[in-house]
Design a binder for this molecule. Structure first.
Ligand code: PBG
Length: 310
């Protein structure tokens, strides 16, 4: 009876797998704060992509982890056609073709030595407009490498418009933009910093949103749509379900939510201690995100959850 009258049903195709790929490693490296998640080699990434396809997952979002020595203030490897993220995009496309929607994180923090999502001005503050120029180039390089969708996650003002123009400028109207619309300055990103080996000191409060606020997210939403966002995202997911519901009610584009590293870590850690039922908690967390209005959910459990749903 419950099955018959359920108002919310998860489906494998709702799920998108975020994946990390690291340069110069011969074996996958475990991320201690995210048990079960790895920094992939190119080979293990290919395998993970194939497993995701087999499980029915619809997309993969790639993050590149370059050699520490290659990071610089401008995040140069982020726009190098032979940079790790571009190499990984080509590898995944070669492996799975169009069986997965291949997405790329479009941000500088994985590539800068200071760990910020943009380039800095003389006073050490993130320079919004100079960063936009880097994002434009990055979008083109990622499109060339095979991204179906780019995900600008740096929260610079005007980033969606600049990325759209940059893609159209090289004839890539076909590449879609998943806009990180409501991205909050969150403590729950903690484990991600380990996952990408980020060297960030300080915080992202000058460009990510204040957890106390709703209105600025709605304003970001209007701007992103006006600038050409094809899909919009709320992040983190669990602590922001009200924002997600509001966004989902007010748009006519697909809405995504990102269940982030800290949300993953909390459930895994509590389960490891025997304090909660892991599998039920995972499915409940995903069901809640879908019920609130997400059509697509980025989750590190994507492949496992998709298998369980089949
Ligand atoms: C920025 C980016 C971050 C995440 C995805 N893209 C980190 C941040 O904004 O601090 C976090 C994802 C997660 O925590 O799982 N490139």
């Amino acid at each position: 009876m419950r099955r018959m009258v359920a108002e919310t049903r998860l489906h494998p195709a709702d799920l998108i797998l975020p994946a990390f790929v690291r340069e110069s490693i011969s074996e996958p490296v475990a991320i201690s704060a995210m048990p079960g998640v790895y920094q992939h080699t190119l080979d293990s990434l290919r395998k993970a992509a194939v497993e995701a396809v087999e499980a029915g997952v619809s997309g993969i979002m790639l993050f590149g982890v370059p050699d520490e020595a290659k990071k610089d203030a401008a995040g140069t490897v982020g726009t190098d056609p032979d940079g790790i993220l571009q190499v990984a995009l080509r590898a995944v496309r070669e492996e799975v073709g169009d069986d997965l929607v291949v997405m790329s994180d479009l941000c500088l923090d994985e590539f800068t030595d200071h760990g910020h999502c943009g380039v800095l001005d003389a006073d050490g503050r993130v320079d919004n407009d100079a960063t936009l120029e880097r994002y434009a180039e990055m979008a083109q390089v990622q499109a060339d490498a095979g991204a179906h969708v780019v995900g600008p996650s740096g929260m610079m003002d005007g980033q969606i418009g600049v990325v759209r123009d940059a893609l159209d400028g090289i004839g890539r109207e076909d590449v879609s933009i998943l806009a990180y619309t409501a991205k909050y300055s969150s403590a729950f990103y903690g484990p991600f910093r380990e996952a990408v080996g980020s060297s960030l000191k300080g915080d992202r409060k000058t460009y990510q949103q204040d957890p106390a606020n709703t209105r600025e997210s709605m304003r970001e939403l209007a701007l992103d749509l006006e600038e050409g966002a094809d899909m919009v995202m709320v992040k983190p997911a669990g602590p922001y379900l009200d924002i997600l519901a509001k966004v989902a009610e007010s748009v006519d584009v697909p809405v995504a939510a990102y269940q982030i590293s800290g949300e993953y870590a909390m459930i895994e850690a509590a389960a490891e201690k025997g304090w909660i039922e892991r599998d039920r908690a995972i499915m409940e967390s995903l069901t809640g995100i879908k019920r609130a209005g997400a059509q697509m959910i980025l989750t590190y459990w994507a492949t496992e959850a998709a298998r369980a749903l089949r």
